[in-house]
Design a binder for this molecule. Sequence first.
Ligand SMILES: Nc1ncnc2c1ncn2[C@@H]1O[C@H](COP(=O)(O)OP(=O)(O)OP(=O)(O)O)[C@@H](O)[C@H]1O
Ligand SMILES: [Mg+2]
Length: 247
Amino acid sequence: MSKIVFDNVRKVFDAGLCVLNGVNLKIEKGESHIILGQSGGGKSVLIRCLLGILELTDGDIVVDGISVKDPDRWKEYMKKFSILFQGNALFDSMTILQNVKFAASQINKSKDAVNEIAKEKLHAVGLEDGVFGLYPAEISGGMQKRAALARAISLEPEVLVFDEPTSGLDPITGGVICNLLKDTVQSLGVTAITITHDLRVAEFLADRVSLLNKGVMVWTGHADDMRGCGNEFVENFYKASNVILRK
Ligand SMILES: Nc1ncnc2c1ncn2[C@@H]1O[C@H](COP(=O)(O)OP(=O)(O)OP(=O)(O)O)[C@@H](O)[C@H]1O
Ligand SMILES: [Mg+2]
């Protein structure tokens, strides 16, 4: 049984905007799956549907046999996930340590254990004790990303979701964060879903890649087969990534 099954998922907003128009996708346990697509193409909407934040118009999403639409198993379903949001979404009025402790406290551990888990996760993502007492606004974007990752993994999820993990970061910091994400996913053995429109991020992190265009998955395959796969949208995506801007 696949870990996650998207079964003919449709999402139409009230104004009649059809963003997802029959998405079918299976993600296996332990794989790192990348969802690639243009800006505004519905990647974040798909993730919000997966996390039960948005209701489906039609179709179903099933994780370990549990439907996102099953009210009786809602808690069990939700406990499987943790997300690194596009904008980090750290609490501004909490220190870095408090941010991670707040998440760690959601998983029914003692106060002392929560403190230990939070510190251990912060160390695991490369943050030193000196930043634990600082507020998000006092640290760099790369450090905020690390802190957000520490918070995400402190929930001990089975599925980690990264929405645009390198957006807003310079290329060097983005590369460092990508390495950290890859190491984290491998060491925890979780299933990972990464949303991006950056082909290099996709090729680096992916076991398999899916391309979302006009509300459907137009191609799914191994990252190594993406280049030259013959799909017009994939080819155009590669071409566009090589476009040199005019002076
Ligand atoms: N709550 C909402 N109500 C109405 N329309 C929405 C809502 N959320 C998203 N949309 C629309 O859905 C479309 C897809 O948005 P989405 O944020 O999923 O794109 P994306 O692929 O994540 O883009 P990006 O790469 O820029 O993050 C957009 O046209 C957006 O305006
Ligand atoms: Mg998005």
